[in-house]
Design a protein around this ligand. Structure first.
Ligand code: XBP
Ligand code: MG
Length: 256
């Protein structure tokens, strides 16, 4: 089956966002008078839990178990998450976050070729919107036929729900799509929804288990700034073009 749509994860895939999220979590804790600091090593571990509110709750369950039992804690978690989001959005508006190599080019080429685009992310929708507007421009949210965020489903990644909902909204079969992911949780989610997935590893996901991916790359590459290949055969190409994607998709979806 030929490829009809590209489905993009956000954090780590469109852009290296997690450092901005981490710093904003720490600022939110400080603002609320909590002395907690999530350093990089701890955050790498906490990232196994997807979703910002879920991550805070998980941290409390491990390190502040008594606090988690107190009345009103869900409101506190919500308010910490809102403060984190405000800090994250202000990092975007300061221009602190840029798209990863090849993203702008591939999205432009896909639009030109009439492929459909979607977002399938664990992140909350307002943060997706801020990132798209801040990096791809004010019209860019409209380029995506559907934007599915973590708060729209019962179970976040690695459950298939986010990708399954994106497929339902696109009205497409999984083998008409290609997912772009950076994490093992995201890959498991796409594969559980039976969508072939390509991995571009990110700062926090290097070394994770990417079994089942179409290819595992440093990034999508650019002319003059070649990608590095960890797994897969880019047929000598320096960057992921639509032609290369079509070849990989064909190989992933044709019966063995
Ligand atoms: C990334 C996440 C998110 C972000 C924070 O998932 O797990 O939780 O760290 O975003 P993905 P929110 O790569 O699948 O987008 O605070 O909005 O959840
Ligand atoms: Mg990701």
């Amino acid at each position: 089956m030929s490829i009809a749509a590209l489905l993009f994860d956000v954090d780590g895939t469109l852009a290296e966002t997690e450092e901005a999220h981490r710093e904003a979590f720490n600022a939110a804790f400080h603002e609320h008078g909590y002395p907690w600091v999530w350093d990089r090593a701890l955050y790498a571990d906490l990232l196994r839990v997807t979703g910002g509110k879920e991550r805070i709750r998980h941290y409390l369950s491990r390190f502040q178990a008594e606090l988690l039992k107190t009345a009103g804690i869900e409101n506190t978690i919500r308010s910490l998450h809102e403060a984190k989001n405000r800090g994250y959005w202000s990092a975007i508006s300061r221009g602190a976050i840029d798209l990863r190599p090849g993203i702008r080019r591939l999205i432009a080429d896909a639009r030109q070729a009439g492929l459909r685009l979607a977002i399938a992310t664990t992140t909350s929708l307002p943060s997706v919107r801020e990132l798209l507007v801040g990096t791809l421009g004010p019209d860019s949210p409209g380029w995506f036929d559907t934007i599915v965020g973590g708060d729209m489903v019962a179970a976040k990644k690695p459950a298939p729900d986010i990708y399954s909902l994106a497929l339902e909204k696109l009205g497409l079969a999984p083998n008409a799509c290609m997912a772009f992911e950076d994490s093992a949780n995201g890959l498991r989610s796409a594969l559980a929804a039976r969508i072939p997935a390509l991995i571009t590893v990110s700062a926090y996901t290097m070394g994770q288990d990417f079994a089942g991916a179409v290819a595992v790359l440093s990034d999508l590459g650019e002319p003059g700034a070649p990608l590095r290949v960890f797994r897969g055969d880019p047929s000598g190409e320096d960057f992921v073009s639509l032609n290369l994607l079509r070849r990989w998709h064909e190989a992933a979806t044709s019966p063995a």
